[in-house]
Structure formats: C-alpha cells, structure tokens
Design a protein around this ligand. Sequence first.
Ligand code: MGD
Ligand code: MGD
Ligand code: SF4
Ligand code: MO
Length: 761
Amino acid sequence: MIGKIRELLGVDIKEEKYALTDDPLFGKIAKAKKPDRWVKSTCGYCGVGCGLYIGVKDGRATYTKGDPKHPVNIGTLCPKGLSEHQMLYASNRTLRPKIRKNGKLVDVSWDEAFGYTAQKFQEIQERYGKGALAVISTGQLLTEEFYALGKFVQLGLQTNNYDGNTTLCMASAVMGYKQSFGSDGPPGSYEDIAKADVIFVIGANLADNHPIIVHHLMKNRKDKKIVVIDPRRSKTSQLADIYVPIKPRTDLALLNGLAYIIWEQGWYDEAFIKDRTEGWREFVGHIQNYKPGEVAHITGLDTKLLYQLAKLYATSKKSLICWTMGINQSAQGTDTVSAINNLAIMTGKIGKEGCAPFSITGQCNAMGTREFGFTSAIPGYRKFESEKDRQEYADLIGIPIDRIPTRRGYKYSEIIDAIDRGEIKALWVVCTNPLVSFPDQNKLRRALKKLDLLVVQDAFMSDTAQIADVIFAAATWGEKEGTYTNSERRVNKANKAVEPLGDSKSDFDIILELSEHFGLRNLLFAGWKEPRDAFEEIRRISKGRLCDYSGMTYEKIEALGGIQWPCNDKYPQGCTRLYGENMPFEHEDGKARFIAADWKPLEEPVSKAYPVLLNTGRTVEHFHTRTKTGQIAILDNLAPEAWIDINPKDAAKLGVKNYDRVTLKSPRGKVENLVVRVTNLVAPGQVFVPFHYNTQLVNTLTQSLFDPISGEPNYKQTAVQIVSEKCPQGLTLEEEIAGELTMEQEGKAQKRTSTKEGQEA
Ligand SMILES: Nc1nc2c(c(=O)[nH]1)N[C@H]1C(S)=C(S)[C@@H](COP(=O)(O)OP(=O)(O)OC[C@H]3O[C@@H](n4cnc5c(=O)[nH]c(N)nc54)[C@H](O)[C@@H]3O)O[C@H]1N2
Ligand SMILES: Nc1nc2c(c(=O)[nH]1)N[C@H]1C(S)=C(S)[C@@H](COP(=O)(O)OP(=O)(O)OC[C@H]3O[C@@H](n4cnc5c(=O)[nH]c(N)nc54)[C@H](O)[C@@H]3O)O[C@H]1N2
Ligand code: SF4
Ligand SMILES: [Mo]
C-alpha cells in the first residue's frame, strides 16, 4: 500500500523527499533529515507573505514549516510553502553563467559573462541611443534588489524603457489607486478581512491562490456575509453566502450600477463625501446611465440581486471589497479598480476597521517593486513628472537631477512593440518568463527573434533562458537576504538559509558586480556590500513618504513578525490601515476623487468562428510558469498538465466526456491536447484553462489587448473555438447571442431602457 502511495506520489525514497509516518522507513528518514538549525524567513511564492522556518541539515534545506508566531499565518502554510525547500534542488536550476557560442549555450566565468554583456550593452547604446536597451523585471526579487536594479537601470544605464511582469498583474490596481487616492498603496489589512461584516470578493480565487488569506476570511464566519463575484464557480465561490455569476468583464457596469442604487436609496455617507472627496456631483450625473434594468441586462444579473448587493455593502457597518486578476487583467482594469474605490468613498468605507477597497497582491514582492523598484515611479512613490520629487530624490542620494528621467518609458507591451519595430535592440529579462506568461505568444516570439542581444537572469532554465544569448545564474529564495512587502503593506524579512547553489549569485550581487563593469558602482552604490546597505538607503529616502520605512530596522521587523508601512515616529509599530480620519488622501488637496468611467463591451466578442469565451488563471499546486513547482513531485503529480473546464451542455454538443482531448483555436493560434473536465463550474459558452503549462501554451491564444492606462493585458476573455475528434467543425454560437450580434451588425441594436422592477426590491 505504502509502496503504491509512494509510486502515486512519485516518491523517491533515495532522495529522502517524502516518507509517510506509518512507513517503517519514516523514523530513519526523519532522523536523517532532522535539521541542524532552523532559519526564520518568509515564503517566496505569493503576496500573502507567510512567515516560516527553513530547516537546514548539512548545508542543505530539508524542511519548511510555518512560523506559529507570525501574524499572517500563525503557523500554517499552503502546499507550495510547505514544499518550498524542494524547489532549490530541482534539476532545472541555472548553476553557472552562460553565453551562446556557435548557437549553443556554454558555461563561462562570471567575469566573461559580465564583461561580454557590458560591452554589448555599451555598443548597442552608443550606436542606437540609450533607449535601445530595455529591461523587464518582476515582482519576485527582494526590495533591496529591486532598488539596486532600478538605480542601475534608470540612473546608470539611463534607459527608462524599464518595466516588469507586474504590468501583467498589479498595474491596474496601482493606476486605479493613483486615480482615486493620489497614490498607490492598498489601504487595508488582513485584520480588516477578519473583522468585516460583509466582504465582496471580486475576480479573486483566494482558495487556490491566496489560501492563507482564507483563514482570515473564515474568522467570525457566522457573523459575516461573503459575496463572491466571478463568472466561474471557483473554489472560493463555494465558500460564499452569495455567489454572483456575472457575465465576463461586466464588473465596471455592475459597480457603477451599485453606486446608482446606493445614491438612489440615499445609502451614501454625505459627511464623508463632503469632507474628503471631490467630483461627487459629476459622478452622480454619470451613474444615471447605470440604472438597474440596464445593468441587469449588461451583467446578466437579476435586479433584485443588484439591490440586495448594494444594500448589503452600503448599510453594513464594516464592508470590504477585495479583488485580484478578474478585475486587474482587463482592458478596463484601471477604471474598474477606481469603480471599486468609488463605492468605498461614497459610503465612507475606508480607513476604518473592517473597511477597505483592498487589492490583494500576487507575487511575493509585487509591493516592493511598486514602492522602490523605479519602474513606474521614482522610489518612495515619487512622480517622474514632478520636478520637486526629482530634485528631492537626487539630493537624497547625491546624484545630478538630470540623471533622473522626466517621464516613464515604455510599458512592457510597448517594449515588445518597440523590439518588433527594430527600435529596441537589447533586452535584459530579470526573474520573469515571458515565453509562457506574456499574451499573444506568436507575436512575442516573432519580436524577440529581432533582438541583437537577449540577457536572461534566472534561477532556473526557464523557457526564456533557453533562447537567451547570455544567462546570469541567479540564486533564489532561501539563498539570499532582504525584505518582501506583502498585500497588507507588511514588510517581512527573508533570510539566507543555505549558500547559492553551484556558482549562482544573488540578484543583488549580480547587479552590483555588473555595475562595476560600467564604472558605475561608486556613483550608485558607494559603500554598499550587502542588502542591509540598500535597506538603510531605502529608510532614508522613504522618510516622510506614504511608504515610510524610516522607523524600521531588520531586527525590529523580525521581532514584530513584519511591519506595515508607514513606520516612523508617528507609527513606530507600523500602521494597520491607510486614510483614517487623521490621514489625508494623497492628492494635493488631500481628497479622494470620484472617477466617472463607462463600461465597454468586449473588443473581441464571441463570433460564429469563435463562439466560446476562454477564461485563464491558476491552480493551487502550481506557480506561474512552473519553473519552481514543475519538479516538486507532490505538487506536479496533482496537476501534471493543462485541462479545460467545459460545461456539460457544450460537452454534449462536442461529443466529449471527461479525459477526452480537445483543441482550442483563436485568431492567433491553437492549443492542442487539452484534457476535458466536464463541469458545471463554468457556464455554457465559457471555458477555463490554467496558464501554467508551456506544453499547452494558452497564451498562444490570448490577445494583444491592453488597458490604455495601466498597460495590463486582457487575459481573462478571449474568443475561441473548441474542436474535438467527434466535432471537428466545433461549436455553433448560442442562438440568443447570434441574434444579438446580427442585430448589432445591422445597426439595429436598440439601447435598452432601464426598467423600474428593481426598485421594488
Ligand atoms: N497557486 C498559485 N497561487 C498564486 C499564483 C500562482 O501562480 N499559483 N500566482 C500569484 C499571482 S502573481 C497572482 S497575480 C495571484 C492571482 O490570483 P487570482 O486573481 O485569484 O488568480 P486567477 O486564477 O488568475 O483569477 C482569479 C479569478 O478571476 C476570475 N475572473 C475571470 N474573468 C472575470 C471577470 O470578468 N469578472 C470577475 N469578477 N472575475 C473574473 C476567474 O474565473 C478566477 O476565478 O495569485 C498568486 N498566487
Ligand atoms: N493567460 C494568462 N497569462 C498570465 C496570467 C493569467 O492569469 N493568464 N497572469 C499573469 C500574472 S498575474 C503574472 S504575475 C505573470 C507571471 O509570469 P512570470 O513572471 O513569467 O512567471 P514566473 O514563473 O513566476 O517567472 C519568474 C521567473 O523567475 C525565476 N526566478 C525565481 N526565483 C528567482 C530569483 O530569485 N532570481 C531570479 N533572477 N530569477 C528567479 C523563475 O525561475 C521564473 O523563470 O503571468 C501573467 N500571465
Ligand atoms: S499562501 Fe502564499 S505566502 Fe503563504 S505559504 Fe502559500 S504561497 Fe506561501
Ligand atoms: Mo501576478
């Protein structure tokens, strides 16, 4: 039996990876693995920010366990956290730097890798201009590394064509917060999730992707109402009191509609609106277009439900809205985020216990790059456009102001377009794997072929590393030190438990040593030896800013189990929530803004050729492009390949059952060999496929369609066709939708007038 279980779990007893407690070998293995020491650290996967201990035996990481004293997770971890130490020893780690010679990647010394790269970067920049070099980074380095990288790229290499995978992820939340409140920065805390009376979870599948937040969600469960708004019956929706099966990407209409009802019923907070906001009058004019009948039509929801939701949110004492990619990853992401903020400020549900418009972050340090990464802002939430901000920062670090760019350069997708046009010639990719994660893969791959030089800095032989000209072999989590900021602005300490594997180096050391080859180390990093030196500069340059670290030290962070910024003389222990009574909003006048934005239908709606809407996302076992989780047997064996969720009605039409294989096609490409899962979790006409797998690369299908403000891709809605062996012609369009499309095409679509029915509710 145990042998069988081992076989099923892919257990290799020789590697002493797993043993079951009733296994006779268990005692022996447990003893052999018993750590010599435990190193306190923080999980390096997602933005929840769980505290943990890494067990080390003979210089190898052998265990991970939750820190019972850490306020985020109180000893618990999700499956990825629990197996995190195994990630370090995957066979796909990059162990030494490499250069492509005669078409093959060969090991070289660090000196050669740095020397070659520096020479190439310089040649390209001299010949084509500074901006011909672009850099794409990540949300997964340590804050000290982000800060070093940002300084090096913006001030040293002097290219502002610098962005990160966070533009695929959190950019809409960032820009939405900026529009509404004058600055980035999630105002809430996990404590608010625990204490709220009502929680709206919109476009977020916490149960799979932020599992430990679910502990906070479940606190005081019987006294709270949970509403999950998602076109798909996600695992999280199964925890809800009210599940709201919204039509894909109609959230902005829903939120405007809820605002209308709250206004109509007088459920708003007049004093808060008067004292702390701007733009109310215009906003009230705007929402007149979102009467319940119209909104019911757009969203597919019943008007009674709309009234119920508006009432719940506005009239409960403590109401919180949290969201993630179902909102951000949309061509209307930024405005939808602001629409969430509108609801919070019209009801005064911000800056108070249990209240917040709360963007949950994705990667372990998506926040750190927002604070000090120098991509979309000058470190410390300063603006490129503001001369005052530029001067202040230049003075603080002692460099001439003219080194600081006066505007942000190209965003991620604009960088790819500029490569395609031949304008950008060299690309340095740090800690991200576009060859799986970026939309419209065929276009991306075409563009990358035009580069003169591709440098990839990765801890694993990612798909992108495999096509690189130069590889910088990076150390990863557990092998290096610094801080991560989690979703609730909590700065946590991550520590080094073991030495970098092989000849790999921490990203911090890579950046500092590379800067020497440009003669820039003294200008940018004078006296810096270790991450702590960067942290000390961060404390100094953030003093007085919203993301104030001045009151933090490494030691204090560890002692308190993380510290939520701002942390300074006023908030020596950190600050639980932003924008309370004594904290003005960050616009010049201290007030929040109502943002009047209109919902728009899909740019690429379903059609006769592509009658099904594809939704993409995640599963609990895997992290993104699987470089970290693909070789951890206990995770990978549970989800070894991509599947497609299909509604029983559509499955019947296609003549497919569970475990059959189908092909998906979009105007941009096709994905074959997807395993069918027939399920009511998706509605008819909609399918869901995880995006993790390079073997069934779903981003071949997704569009080059981006939010105009944030630049975030519209990953969640793609019109596709499904074909199966039995049904090679694929599905036909639902009659009702087909009818509507024809009407619209013929210009006969009538604007529906709203009905009065909802007002009875
Ligand atoms: N296991 C695991 N955990 C992770 C990650 C991982 O790769 N694996 N990645 C981390 C990162 S970087 C991120 S960004 C987060 C992402 O965490 P989530 O945002 O929770 O992840 P997704 O699965 O991409 O999408 C969330 C939900 O949006 C819904 N959705 C799709 N379209 C719409 C729509 O039009 N409206 C609404 N309201 N909802 C919609 C989807 O059905 C899905 O349930 O997870 C983090 N945690
Ligand atoms: N269709 C679709 N596509 C999506 C999404 C979706 O929902 N649907 N979600 C998007 C989102 S939210 C995100 S965040 C992106 C994520 O997309 P990516 O950023 O491409 O995904 P990761 O696999 O996390 O890539 C991180 C890379 O860094 C490497 N790495 C790990 N640790 C270190 C380290 O310490 N140093 C260095 N230098 N490298 C390291 C890993 O091996 C890996 O290659 O995907 C996006 N793509
Ligand atoms: S919830 Fe996130 S931070 Fe916590 S253990 Fe899991 S992956 Fe790590
Ligand atoms: Mo993300």
